[in-house]
Ligand binder design. Sequence first.
Ligand code: FES
Ligand SMILES: [Fe+2]
Length: 441
Amino acid sequence: MLHERIPNLGKLVEPDRVRKEVYTDPEIFELEMERIHERVWIYCGHASQVPKPGDYVTVQIGRQPMVMVRGKDGKVNVLYNRCPHRGAMVCGDQRGNTGEFFRCSYHAWTFEHDGRLRNIPMMESGYAGTRWGRDNPDCGMKRAARVENYRGFVFASLAADGPSLSEFLGRSKIAFDDMCDRSPEGEVEVVPNCFRVIQKSNWKIFLENQLDALHPSVTHQSTGRAAREIELAIEKKTGKAPLSYHMLSAFATVTIEKWDAFQTLNYPYGHCILTGYMGLRPQDPDTLEYERVLAKAYGEKRKEKILTTDIHHVLIYPGLSVQSPLQQLRAVRPLGVDKTLTEIWHFRLKGAPEPIYRRSLAYYNLVNSPSTMINADDLENFWKCQQGLSSEGGDWVSFHRHYGRDIQKGDYLETGPNMGTSEAPMRNQMKAWARFMAAEK
Ligand code: FES
Ligand SMILES: [Fe+2]
């Protein structure tokens, strides 16, 4: 805990290191929710989660329970999930269809899909002469200040001012372009429902791990080695092992030196990209068929451009980690200073052959799901970090790896050659954190 109760935020973050309180102090967590998560653009969900009028999903933005709902006009609205009467949450389920309107289960106030009050039981007699009634906007469900969508991915900002979604995302938009362009129809649709994991660690520890290119060949080595052994045995027997083994064995075969050959690109607002391609273009009949479909839709040249997009991971600060070539994303919902929910979603490429979806599903199950050894090993590290950071064993977290060797290119920063394991993405995230936290309302 900090000794100063109004923390001097300027002292917490240095360009190459960060104070441990940033991960452990509950007051700093509250301030982060106010100044970051409840202000910037946060991913709510994909438009295909609410295809019909009245379809809704509930979602947490910072500390605020929200509901994303499709209106009769086709528009996707994001509302505070709170009844203006006595404050009850209007939707208690994770998802559903609310019908023609929302109806609060407590006293039956009803609301349109855009949050406007529709009716109150016996409103005229009950509320005559009071300031409560249909014309008072406070009698509706409050709307998120801003809602925008990029290629079907819906974001909301709870602050009326600030950059537009397009400006905020900047070059990290490539996450959604890469994902959608891989579909012959240029669109993805969500696979309804996701894995949900609660981690006993601060939300930033998860995000810092996403572009940490040093850890996979250490943390995931045991899983990678075991998978490699089986892969080799199958290859010996049949001549060729399924691609799914490669998804795991890569953790052993891609050594630290090879990870260094990749690169990170670090953008304003804390977004970062890790380049490096997993080799998802084997020459098997399924892949060749997919390539044929894609060439038919886009032409040979554009198809080649799409399939050679060199991205492993895009981190959209402060709450989204996207693996576009495999059509998956993880949304981060902080629940407390040492408690974080991650939602693990995956998508179908519209119009692509089924085996390409099965590939994405295999990666989802083998690498990102709660039941895989990969995710379990990461979670153990996150928990250990939170425990160690809460101790008196030291005050700082080190982000010194390849510090001072980054290359500034206009408004973004690129890691130098053979420095893929640089901690530049963590430094970039904390730089954005410090800027957001310094901006008072
Ligand atoms: S709390 Fe919603 S109608 Fe009373
Ligand atoms: Fe990992």
